[in-house]
Write a protein that binds this ligand. Sequence first.
Ligand SMILES: [Zn+2]
Length: 71
Amino acid sequence: MGIPTPSGCQHCGVEQRSHARRWTEAAGWHPWTAPTQEQMKARMRARRAKVASFFGGARRRRSGTAEGGER
Ligand SMILES: [Zn+2]
């Protein structure tokens, strides 16, 4: 978890299907609210970045230990 679905609520990121009414500090009690275009884009970017860093990090860590002791 951590990153909400791109189409999740504008205030809390919960999907419309399972939203009902939720409370957040910023918005208080609210029904599901459509996210803005900017939010959707930002979430998609965040998701992609997270996946990339997961694979990149695993690869980097492996090669890092291999090169670590050389000198
Ligand atoms: Zn919400």
